[in-house]
Ligand binder design. Structure first.
Ligand SMILES: Nc1ncnc2c1ncn2[C@@H]1O[C@H](COP(=O)(O)OP(=O)(O)OP(=O)(O)O)[C@@H](O)[C@H]1O
Ligand SMILES: Cc1ncc(C[n+]2csc(CCOP(=O)(O)O)c2C)c(N)n1
Ligand SMILES: [Mg+2]
Length: 339
């Protein structure tokens, strides 16, 4: 029998612990939401915040740490993945528990640099590190469990809320992180130094869509972050919402000179733009009415929102309109562990 892949393992977990009728909907979202009723005593500081939003992400050296990443950057990346999950729902991250698996061979100075990286990241994102755990391990592992609080779940976009007629939107550019990973792993040639720097920085110093998430995501009908890739996010939103998505390939924001990078290195456009991952952009859907409402906030905050398609009726498929007018089914492919 073939070994289980990541999705199959998750399905077994959902079948054991999942409950489709109430929060938390296990396996269905970037975050889990827990009602805090039991903590609402008069002395409790969570008083005005009736729900706890929780997420965790595990960084493992051999799958998540590319060559040339510094110890400070490794620590920061472990924090960024959880920040990205919370802000994709419009929730401000507040606190984190950080568990460290550290190889015996790490030098004291290297351990200090990891801890310094965590401290810098906690300041950068305004998070208190409130606990964690330490273990000896064969490679660096950092598991970051992060919390935010909310007073109502009413405006939290889940993965299942896309409605026919909504626009499909993204918060940033797709293509830099895959390019950057390939540059770091295989020392590829670039069209210019700007392209190289932006690509490599997006891998070593990823930027979660923090402001965009905090100010804009609450207006979305559905949203998630794009950590496993644009195609994977689009498929997840369409499947969970029970709608089809029609994406216009030409409207996807891509790096200037990406096409030159592809041709120099004989790479495929879809592999880098749709199937890469770790862009930490937000992918969502928004009604026409809410799009008008957010336009002023986008202007004031100097934020960019890119419309890449529309939600149409269907049963969870994603189609791409290519520049030459062809309509093709998009493969449900993204980064997956154990493959
Ligand atoms: N071991 C586990 N036990 C329970 N739930 C899990 C487990 N692993 C994953 N999940 C749940 O499965 C869902 C999908 O996880 P997945 O990692 O694909 O997305 P994510 O949490 O948004 O992560 P990321 O943004 O880092 O890719 C999430 O709701 C997550 O909480
Ligand atoms: C050494 C090395 N190999 C591969 C990658 C690419 N990568 C790793 S995990 C992931 C998706 C998100 O994972 P998760 O869902 O576990 O958060 C991607 C695109 C990398 N960054 N470094
Ligand atoms: Mg996510």
């Amino acid at each position: 029998m073939k070994k289980f892949n990541e999705k199959q393992i998750l399905n077994i977990i959902i079948s054991k612990f999942g409950n489709n009728n109430m929060e938390p909907y296990i396996g269905k979202d970037d975050i889990s939401i827990m009602p805090l009723d039991s903590l609402n005593s008069s002395s409790n500081e969570f008083n005005d915040n009736k729900f706890l939003a929780i997420t965790c992400d595990m960084l493992v050296e051999h799958t998540d740490v590319p060559p040339k990443m510094t110890f400070e950057q490794i620590a920061r990346k472990s924090v960024v993945s959880s920040v990205s999950d919370l802000v994709s729902k419009g929730i401000m991250p507040k606190a984190a528990l950080i568990s460290l698996g550290l190889p015996k061979s790490l030098k004291n100075s290297e351990i200090s640099r990891l801890i310094n990286g965590l401290s810098l990241a906690s300041k950068e994102f305004g998070i208190d590190i409130v606990g964690g755990d330490i273990n000896e391990s064969k490679e660096i592992i950092i598991d970051c469990c992060m919390f935010g609080s909310l007073s109502s779940v009413a405006n939290i976009p889940r993965r299942n809320g896309a409605c026919i007629g909504d626009y499909v939107v993204v918060s940033g550019i797709f293509g830099y992180s895959s390019s950057g990973l390939k540059i770091l792993m295989n020392n590829l040639s670039c069209p210019d130094s700007y392209f190289r720097r932006r690509s490599v920085d997006s891998v070593l110093i990823p930027s979660p869509s923090y402001e965009f998430g905090i100010y804009i995501a609450r207006y979305f009908s559905s949203s998630m972050d794009s950590s496993d890739g644009l195609a994977s996010s689009l498929h997840e939103l369409s499947k969970q919402s029970g709608v089809n998505l029609l994406i216009e390939e030409d409207k996807i924001p891509i790096p200037p000179r990406l096409k030159e990078f592809l041709s120099i290195n004989n790479l495929d456009f879809h592999d880098l733009v749709f199937y890469g991952g770790e862009e930490y952009n937000i992918v969502g859907t928004i009604s026409e009415k809410n799009l008008v409402e957010v336009s002023e906030i986008l202007k004031v905050r100097h934020l960019k929102l890119y419309i890449i398609g529309k939600v149409v009726s269907g049963i969870g498929r994603v189609f791409v309109l290519t520049s030459n007018g062809n309509k093709k089914l998009l493969k449900n492919k993204g980064y997956a562990h154990f493959t």
